[in-house]
Design a protein around this ligand. Structure first.
Ligand code: NDP
Length: 282
């Protein structure tokens, strides 16, 4: 079987064209939409991601401010900054970069981001709003999975979808988004006794684990669609997914590549959220 590559470039370009226009309209009426990126680490992957977000924002006409609190920032300091930015009318969107300093959990600080500016949906309130079907921002990565599937006309309604990973930032919000698409969803995690037993019946398998090559051809049914959220750095600094692409190619009907699949759509959706937050605030 030919395995189609579910590339994110075209969808990201469509989203970005719309975002750019809406950002320009906001700028014309007053000020450019503004994103604050709060950073408290110097991990190479995060430094690279911040630069790529800065570039993406600039291309789209979104003002992007890096608020670097340093690698020794405490939970109190991070919360205080997030509270200050939440109250600042000049800031439309807030994104907190991970990893956080040692000993600081995302849950210790994320509730300080007001929901209206929580453009990456990390706060407990945002997750609760999503679970309740109320307006709020879903995490851009989870939304990118669903949007990429829909763009490539992968049916979700009534289908069996297995998500591997249950983090608050990918797996759990993705469960909510997939339920909203009327999929029947199974969530697997590190304590799942037999991973293949829950992935092989699925029409769609989503890998959001952080283990390079974990999902192989033995984990999927012939003709399944495989969406790879994983971003793992190999010894040469290359980014690879959670799916062993070689092993599933020829068995899967479609696979999203890493890089070039979920990633560009995630950035595009994050920027769209900033514009949406600005439109709602003005
Ligand atoms: P976490 O480490 O927070 O969560 C990983 C999840 O995978 C956990 O639920 C864990 O289970 C589960 N898991 C770990 N090992 C196994 C295993 N052997 N079998 C089954 N499940 C397992 O990671 P994130 O959710 O933050 O990220 C997941 C991946 O997505 C990473 O590669 C990350 O880099 C990538 N990512 C990509 C983004 C993008 O824009 N493309 C954005 C965000 C993340 P348990 O809960 O039991 O520990």
């Amino acid at each position: 079987m030919d395995t189609t590559s579910l590339i994110g470039k075209e969808l990201a370009a469509n989203l970005n064209a719309d975002t750019k226009q809406r950002a320009a309209a906001l700028t014309e009426k007053g000020t450019a939409p503004r994103l604050a990126l709060v950073i408290a680490n110097d991990a190479p992957a995060s430094v690279w991601y911040v630069k790529s977000l800065n570039r993406a924002a600039e291309r789209l006409g979104i003002a992007c401010e890096n608020v670097d609190l340093g690698v020794d920032a405490t939970a109190e300091e991070i919360r205080a900054k997030l509270t200050e930015l939440s109250a600042d009318p000049a800031v439309d969107g807030i994104m907190l970069q991970t990893p956080l300093p040692k000993g600081v959990g995302l849950d210790d600080v994320s509730s300080a981001i007001v929901a209206a500016k929580d453009v990456d949906g990390v706060s407990p309130l945002s997750l609760g709003l999503l679970a309740s079907g109320l307006p709020g921002f879903p995490p851009a990565t989870s939304e990118a999975v669903v949007e990429l599937a829909k763009f490539h006309q992968v049916p979700l309604a009534g289908r069996l979808v297995t998500v591997v990973g249950r983090s608050n930032i990918v797996g759990k919000p993705l469960l909510q988004l997939l339920l909203a698409e009327n999929a029947t969803v199974t969530i697997a995690h590190s304590r799942t006794a037999d991973l293949a037993a829950v992935t092989t019946p699925a029409d769609v398998v989503v890998a959001a684990v952080g283990r390079a090559g974990l999902i192989t051809g033995d984990h999927i049914a012939e003709g399944a669609v495989v969406l790879d959220v994983g971003t793992n750095e190999d010894e040469n600094g290359n980014i690879t997914g959670d799916v062993n692409a070689e092993s599933v190619t020829g068995k899967a009907a479609a696979l999203s590549p890493v890089p070039g699949g979920i990633g560009p759509v995630t950035t595009a959706l994050l920027m769209r959220h900033v514009v949406q937050a600005a439109e709602a605030a003005r």
